[in-house]
Every structure is written in structure tokens, then in C-alpha cells.
Design a protein around this ligand. Structure first.
Ligand code: TYD
Ligand code: MG
Length: 456
């Protein structure tokens, strides 16, 4: 029997192996991601690696005491928070986001703060000329900031400059514009992005310099050269927000030096990004009087509670297939809640368009928002507002039962701080004692439907 040939082509997006090159990966559907890889062994006569001795690795025990990495806080607190409390030397950080969302602005401001905090900081742009960056700095009131600027796209020149200057922090804006002369493909291609990110990350480890790479996200929501850059770096931050909105959220999706899922909240102003130390107040600032379909959810983002409004609109559809439209939450989770409402509580949404929106451009990933979403849907459908001083949270299971969620006490505390005085939550929640807070606990969704909204 003939041996199967080793696959010589690999998709850099999903890792699938192919026997021949093609423009599109059949496994994940991505275009131009298939590259040739050297086969695993050098031929039939080659020895396996294990047959020839190498060096013995020095092994250590788990109990050895390790000092936590010393960090530099910039004083740009929302930024420091997302990094896990400040910048760690020799770390590689990727900041991704849509074009035009404000990455260059954010990093120029961060560079100025780190410079002022004593780090020798170099900002290299492959997208803008130094004159343009200076103009932006003037607009941000940072003309005197201790930051050195460079405009360059050639990786070799960048690395040579960094080796000569020995900065503590190097910011590269953006990794898609950098090209290595050893790689024969266009800047921005997967191979170039991978090579540049690899070299810059290796430089960070070698010289103890913190390196921040900026990366544009592609339409599919991934940084070009998907996953290729993400796994190379220590920390991956995404800068998100609605273009028409002034709020911007910096979210840690991976962090070797701090909690993932931490967020920092900013507001884009005429003079750059302003920190928002109390996001709940901001997300609720546009809230009007109690209206049907609008529910305040007490969520947890990273390590802190954040309140926001969940809005639903339910209206008869002229179409045969009703619309389900979601902004800021998971569409399949919405489908699940609609199904539970229908199957367990007898509330049909057939023939009704459903729109769900998380106000302020926040994106919620927590199942704890289930109960708030269900309340918003019911409130919209029955045209019955909840009292304005009420917050809602809890998870819904497929049986229609409500499940308590983590950190109930800190959610209630935040709600109390912002002037809310009643809460609707699952039975069995560990509420502690929050004075001035009336807590109503429910065993299942049917209790909410019948008791609160008088429907069903
Ligand atoms: P930018 O940082 O260039 O975005 P990115 O690097 O992610 O592509 O920001 C672009 C937008 O930010 C631009 O539309 C103008 C706006 N902006 C402000 O509103 N205020 C400011 O002070 C600055 C510098 C930019
Ligand atoms: Mg930019």
C-alpha cells in the first residue's frame, strides 16, 4: 500500500492541511490563507528527532518563588486597568480594532503618559508621516510629551533603530504596514504580518522592551493573519465602539499578565480620548423615564460591575419571515430566549419582528443578561414598563428555570450607588444585605411572565 503523502499546504487561518495550493481554504472558507509548509520529516531516510540526543533541559519545581512582574502604570487608568495594572517589561501587546475607531489616538495618548512616567518611548508609524502625527499630538495637547517619533515600514530599519535606541516601550502602528525584506509577499499579507509580528515579539523578549503592535481588524472581525498574531503576543486588546457613538471600549481578550475580559471605557472628544471612570453612569446617562422595552441590566465586565440599558422593540411584521436583529448581544442567545418564552410560558413571537439593542455601544457576553433580555422582550410585547428604579439580572435555563449568577452582591451594590432601589433576580441568589434595596426573587420565567407582566 502506498503511504499517504504528507500535506504540504496549511491554512494559516484554521490550520487545515491541504495536499495542493488553492486560493480559498475549503475548511474555513478564508481567502489567500493557504501557504506552503516544509514537510514534517526530510524524507524516507531521515532519522526521527528522538533518535539523536539533544541538550537536557534544566527543570524547576512549581514551588519556586517568583516575584510578580514589575509594571509601569501610565496614570492613564482605564488603559492600565486593561493591561492588568500597568505595562510589563518585555511583553508584547496587540491592540486591534476597526480602521478609524481611534487606535492611533489612544496609543499616542498612552505613549505620552508612559513617556511622562519615565519610560523611554518610541512611536513608529507606517501609516502617517511624522508631520501628521505631530499635528495630531498638537490637537491632543501633547506637543511637549517625551515621545520619539519615527515613520518607517521596513522591519529591518525598525529593528536596527530599536537596537540602537534601546527604548523601554516601542509602539508600532500598524503591523499591517510593516514589511520584512526576507518575505516575498505584499505588506499586509498573512506571511508579512506573521513575520513582522514574530520578529518584533522576539525583539521584545530579547531586549526587555515592551512592544505594542497595532492591528487593523478585517471585515470578519479578525486581525489580518487571523490567530497568527494573537497567539504570538502576551496580551490582545480590542478597541471597539460604534462609529457614530462617542463611547469606546478597550477590551482584553487575552492577557498573560492580568485578567482577561477586563474593559476600559473612553469617550472620543474633540481633544482625544477621555477616560470614563464610572461607565455605568455614562451608559445610563441617556436614559429617559421608564418606557416599555427598556430594562437596566446589572452586569460584570472584567472585575467591575457595569450597569447598562437593554432595549427591545417588538412589532408586527409584514414579512413571512419575521426579523430578529441584535446589536451588542449574541443572536443565537436571543433565539434561545424567544424559544423558551414560547415553549415554557406560551408567549409566541411568531409574526413579530424583534429588535434588541444594548445602549451605548457596549457588547455583553454574559448569560447573566438572559433575564434582562427576557424582561425587555416581555415589557415591549406587553407594552408594560418596569418601574424605573429596577435592575434585572439572572441566567435562564432551557427549562425556563432561573439560575443565580456570580457576584450578585457587587451588582446590587453598584445599582444602589446609582440610585436604583429594587432588583429582580433568580431565587437562591446570594444577595447579602444591601440596605435600601428591595429584592424580588423568582423561581422561573413563568413567574416573571405572570407576576410582573400579567401576561401568559
Ligand atoms: P484614529 O486614531 O486615526 O483611528 P485608527 O488609528 O483606529 O484608524 O482616529 C480616527 C478618528 O478619531 C477620526 O475619525 C477623528 C477622530 N478623532 C477625534 O474625534 N478627536 C480627536 O482628538 C482625534 C485625534 C481624532
Ligand atoms: Mg491609525
Amino acid at each position: 500500500m502506498a503511504k499517504p503523502k504528507p500535506a504540504a499546504f496549511t491554512c494559516t487561518a484554521c490550520g487545515a492541511s491541504h495536499s495542493k495550493w488553492s486560493g480559498r481554504c475549503e475548511a474555513c472558507g478564508a481567502w489567500n490563507t493557504i501557504t506552503e509548509e516544509a514537510p514534517l520529516s526530510a524524507g524516507p531516510g531521515a532519522k526521527s528527532i528522538g533518535a539523536v540526543k539533544g541538550d537536557v533541559i534544566a527543570l524547576a519545581s512549581l514551588s519556586a518563588r517568583e516575584t510578580p512582574p514589575e509594571r509601569t502604570a501610565s496614570g492613564f487608568e482605564e488603559f492600565d486597568r486593561v493591561l492588568g495594572g500597568g505595562l510589563v517589561p518585555a511583553s508584547a501587546v496587540l491592540v486591534g480594532g476597526d480602521p478609524g475607531i481611534g487606535k492611533s489616538t489612544l496609543l499616542l495618548q498612552a505613549a505620552a503618559r508612559f513617556g511622562a512616567a519615565g519610560l523611554k518611548t518610541i512611536y513608529i508609524s507606517g501609516e502617517e508621516a511624522t508631520a501628521q502625527i505631530r499635528m495630531r499630538a498638537a490637537r491632543l495637547g501633547l506637543s511637549e510629551a517625551p515621545v520619539m517619533l519615527g515613520a518607517e515600514t521596513n522591519l529591518r530599519n525598525i529593528l536596527t533603530t530599536l537596537e540602537a535606541e534601546k527604548p523601554d516601550l516601542a509602539i508600532i502602528d500598524s503591523v499591517q504596514t510593516i514589511w520584512a525584506d526576507t518575505v516575498e509577499s505584499a505588506p499586509g499579507s498573512v506571511a508579512q504580518v506573521r513575520a513582522s509580528a514574530h520578529e518584533l515579539t522576539a525583539y521584545a523578549k530579547r531586549r526587555g522592551t515592551a512592544v505594542i503592535l497595532v492591528g487593523h481588524v478585517t471585515k470578519e472581525g479578525q486581525i489580518a493573519g487571523p490567530r497568527v498574531v494573537e497567539h504570538m503576543v502576551d496580551t490582545v486588546l480590542y478597541f471597539e465602539g460604534e462609529r457614530g457613538h462617542q463611547f469606546r471600549i478597550l477590551r482584553a481578550v487575552k492577557n498573560r499578565f492580568g485578567p482577561a475580559d477586563e474593559i476600559g471605557v473612553f469617550e472620543m472628544t474633540g481633544g482625544g480620548l477621555a477616560e470614563v471612570p464610572n461607565p455605568s453612569a455614562l451608559f445610563l446617562s441617556e436614559r429617559e423615564s421608564a418606557s416599555a422595552g427598556a430594562i437596566v441590566f446589572a452586569g460584570i465586565e472584567g472585575t467591575r460591575p457595569v450597569l447598562c440599558e437593554i432595549q427591545a422593540l417588538v412589532s408586527p411584521t409584514p414579512m413571512s419571515q419575521p426579523r430578529r436583529s441584535v446589536v451588542g448581544w449574541d443572536g443565537s442567545r436571543l433565539a434561545m430566549i424567544l424559544a423558551v418564552l414560547e415553549a415554557r410560558c406560551g408567549i409566541p413571537f411568531a409574526g413579530l419582528d424583534v429588535y434588541l439593542n444594548v445602549a451605548g455601544g457596549l457588547r455583553i457576553g454574559e448569560p447573566a443578561a438572559d433575564l434582562a433580555v427576557a424582561s425587555a422582550l416581555l415589557s415591549a410585547r406587553e407594552d408594560t414598563p418596569l418601574p424605573q428604579d429596577t435592575v434585572v439580572f439572572g441566567e435562564i435555563s432551557l427549562s425556563g428555570a432561573l439560575r443565580p449568577v456570580a457576584q450578585t452582591e457587587s451588582r446590587l451594590k453598584e445599582a444602589r450607588k446609582l440610585g436604583f432601589s429594587s432588583a429582580l433576580l433568580p431565587e437562591g441568589s446570594k444577595t447579602g444585605s444591601e440596605p435600601g434595596m428591595t429584592v424580588q426573587q423568582m423561581p422561573d420565567l413563568a413567574a416573571l411572565v405572570g407576576g410582573t407582566f400579567g401576561a401568559g
